[in-house]
Design a protein around this ligand. Structure first.
Ligand code: HEC
Length: 132
């Protein structure tokens, strides 16, 4: 029993360290790309802000797929697939790989906002998401 608890603790702390490494790496990169100090202020409303798509007139936000409550599962708008929660406090598998973070920011910002997010916006999103 004790061993199991110890193993579980190790598992979670390794995950937590890995996650903060990937996020730290991304934040450092964004600063080399011109971003300044990052803040979680205002990001919640940005997450839910609806932008009308030039492509089909639909209203899109990050919550369209991810859910506005970051601790809950989302549903992919197009495929109907379940998307696991974005809040790091309930999903420690989040934000582990810089490659994954890059890929999805690119895709999701383009689809949702019709443009790429700036380095500052991406850093603010990560700062907010990891604090949830
Ligand atoms: C059309 C659906 C959709 C929308 C809208 C969307 N996402 Fe995503 N997002 C996904 C999918 C699918 C994944 C990858 C699967 C997963 O990580 O569960 C993902 C992954 C991510 C990741 C990577 C998470 C990780 O664990 O590394 C980030 C960061 C992210 N999204 C941010 C955003 C932001 C910010 C917005 C709004 C600008 C947004 N997403 C809008 C579908 C969407």
């Amino acid at each position: 029993m004790k061993v199991a608890i110890l193993l579980a603790l190790c598992f979670f702390s390794v995950n937590a360290i890995a996650a903060s490494n990937a996020i730290t790496e991304m934040l450092t990169l964004y600063q080399t790309e011109g971003a300044h100090d990052f803040t979680a202020d205002g990001v919640e409303s940005l997450w839910n802000k609806k932008i009308r798509s030039a492509a089909d007139g639909s209203e899109r936000s990050c919550a369209t797929c991810h859910h506005s409550d970051l601790k809950l599962q989302g549903t992919h708008f197009k495929t109907g697939k379940i998307i696991e929660p974005m809040a790091f406090s309930v999903n420690s598998e989040r934000y582990q790989e810089t490659k994954k973070i890059k890929k999805w920011f690119l895709r999701n910002c383009k689809w949702t906002w019709g443009r790429e997010c700036t380095a500052q916006e991406k850093g603010n999103f990560l700062t907010y998401l990891k604090s949830q």
